[in-house]
Structure formats: structure tokens, C-alpha cells
Design a protein around this ligand. Structure first.
Ligand code: MTE
Length: 308
């Protein structure tokens, strides 16, 4: 197995003691070497190290217990606490991601190869679910752009399609999910190349728990959480807008772009405010989830009510 699982690996095991004792002070010091994920002694893979990224918000982290026990992962049940209870049937090692479609270098890569493509970074991102709750999560991942550059998209490629594993044996509750499986998602290529878009392999200093999308999932913090497709097995470059699970399920409620937009309500509830998990009072939702300065340019000239 590549990375020790959270059950036998604590944040204190993988984090410099000073950081563990006084995380805030360490962050303020702006040190580059943030920590390292330890590997079992039998593993022949190099140990993972990650540094703190400047793509980070300075907001109170959502407790790890909430991040890992209040989830959406319909393949393991539609209740918020079900993924944590049932996703232990997911086999995450060995694992390969198949890169194909309109690329010059189609390839299958295991997780060890993917995390060698670019240095791993810890990025604290806001996470806004379309259901109007939000969290602040310290992800560990690498830029999606670095991975896509390695497979070398062909000039005609315009979109990136993602697919989750679907194995009814490992995901027996999937048949009650009410959505077509495998779960699929898509981005425009320029969105996928944006520096904020990452492939995450960990959170809170540890490899991803299964319920959060182990061993590798997408994180696009300016979009609603459902774009963050989990347990990815396939990434395909294409010239056509790829199908997206929630858009297929209910196109009136969920569009392709799914950018966080407080001015465009969900047909059944407002998107103007959100409940930050762990907080009593609602807060205002920010355009593009607070990342407008960085991403609004991707959509200049587009009517965001039409392209929701
Ligand atoms: N990916 C798969 N394969 N299956 C899912 O049901 N749910 C999505 C997204 N990715 C989902 C998925 C939704 S609706 C959200 S809000 C986020 O995962 C939740 O991520 P989290 O559980 O890590 O907070």
C-alpha cells in the first residue's frame, strides 16, 4: 500500500512537532517545509513531502471530524454519515488513472507516478456545497494543470471529462443512489488549467479517507462541491462538453458550469447565503466562493444566469 491510511496515521505523526503544537504560529512564520506523509517501512516508494501553498485562505478550519463524517458520496449511500460508515469497501490500492482522448501521450498512471509529476502542496480552500453548507478544508494535492501538461492535450481539445470508479461489488449501495453511475464530471480545458484546480490526494496531513474520494479526487474551489468528483479512474480530453452527473439527473437544477453564484438561486432554495459547518449564523455566499479575483476572467462576456 502506498500511503498509510488515516486509521493508523495521525496528523501528529506526519507533522513537525512545532506545527502540531502551534499550527497558527508555524503558518505565520511562512515556512516552506510543512510536513511529510510517512510511509510504511515496507514501502519502497519515497516518502511524500508537501509544502504550504500561497493558494490558501486564512479562515478557521472545519474540524476534521466534520470534514470526514459529513459527506456526499452517493455510491456509498445518500445520507451524510453513510460514506464514512460504508466506504471502507473501496479498494484504493493498487489504483490507476487512465488518461486518454485528445492527447498526444495517452497513459495509465498509478498514484505514485501522479504525485511525482509536481510537488505536493497543502492548500486551505473554502468548500461550498450546492446544498448551501460550506467548510474550510486543508487539502493536499497537486495542480491539475501539471498532470494535463504531462499527457499533452492536442490543439483541438476543449474540455476535460472525469470518471469515478464504478464497481457494484465495492459500491453495493450505488444501486439506490438515484443517479446514473459511474459518476462523471467535466470542466472546460481553461478551467482545468487554472492554478486553483487541483487533484487532491490528502487532507489534514493524511492520505484521503475513502469517504472523501480516495485515492484521488478533483477540487475546484470556485465551483459547487459536486464538481469535485471522487475516486477518479479516467480523465479524457475531448472537443465536446462532457456529461456531468447532476446535470444528467436534473438539468433544470444543475448546469455544466456550477460556479458558486449568490445571485442565481437553486430552483428550490436560495444560494445567497450558506451555513458554515460548525457555525450558528448563516454567512453571505461570495461570488465564485470568494475566488472571483482569480477566476472571473474565465467567464468574461458570458451570461452566468444562462451558463449556471
Ligand atoms: N463524487 C462521486 N463519485 N460521487 C458523489 O456522490 N458527491 C459530490 C462530490 N463528488 C460525489 C462526488 C458532492 S455532491 C459533493 S458536495 C462533494 O463530492 C463532497 O465532497 P466531500 O464529501 O469531500 O465534502
Amino acid at each position: 500500500m502506498l500511503i498509510r491510511k488515516p486509521a493508523d496515521l495521525r496528523y501528529s505523526d506526519v507533522t513537525p512537532k512545532e506545527l502540531y503544537l502551534n499550527r497558527r504560529r508555524f503558518l505565520a512564520a511562512g515556512s516552506a517545509a510543512l510536513g511529510a506523509l510517512a510511509l510504511p517501512p515496507t514501502s519502497n516508494a519515497a516518502s511524500l513531502s508537501f509544502s504550504k501553498s500561497s493558494y490558501t485562505v486564512d479562515e478557521k478550519l472545519t474540524p476534521k471530524d466534520d470534514v470526514t463524517h459529513y459527506n456526499n458520496y452517493y455510491e456509498f449511500g445518500t445520507g451524510k454519515e453513510e460514506p464514512a460508515r460504508y466506504a471502507n469497501t473501496l479498494i484504493t490500492s493498487p489504483w490507476t488513472v487512465e488518461f486518454g482522448g485528445m492527447v498526444n501521450k495517452p497513459q495509465k498512471l498509478d498514484i505514485t507516478s501522479i504525485i511525482k509529476i509536481a510537488p505536493l502542496e497543502e492548500r486551505i480552500y473554502r468548500h461550498r456545497c450546492v446544498e448551501a453548507w460550506s467548510m474550510v478544508i486543508p487539502w493536499i494535492g497537486l495542480p491539475l494543470s501539471a498532470v494535463l501538461k504531462q499527457v499533452d492535450p492536442k490543439p483541438g481539445a476543449k474540455y476535460v471529462a472525469f470518471q469515478t470508479l464504478h464497481d457494484p461489488k465495492q459500491m453495493p449501495r450505488g444501486k439506490y443512489a438515484g443517479i446514473d453511475l459511474p459518476y462523471v464530471e467535466g470542466l472546460r480545458l481553461d478551467e482545468a488549467m487554472h492554478p486553483l484546480a487541483i487533484l487532491a490526494v490528502g487532507l489534514y496531513g493524511e492520505s484521503l479517507p475513502n469517504q472523501n474520494g480516495a485515492p484521488i479526487r478533483l477540487v475546484t474551489p470556485w465551483k459547487y462541491g459536486f464538481k469535485g468528483i471522487k475516486s477518479i479512474v479516467k480523465i479524457t480530453l475531448t472537443d465536446k462538453e462532457p456529461p456531468c452527473t447532476w446535470n444528467i439527473t436534473n438539468a433544470r437544477e444543475y448546469g455544466f458550469y456550477s460556479n458558486v453564484n449568490p445571485q442565481v438561486d437553486h430552483p428550490r432554495w436560495t444560494q445567497a447565503s450558506e451555513r458554515r459547518i460548525g457555525e450558528l449564523f448563516k454567512r453571505k455566499t461570495l461570488p465564485f466562493n470568494g475566488y472571483a479575483d482569480q477566476v472571473a476572467g474565465l467567464y468574461s462576456g458570458m451570461d452566468l444566469r444562462k451558463f449556471y
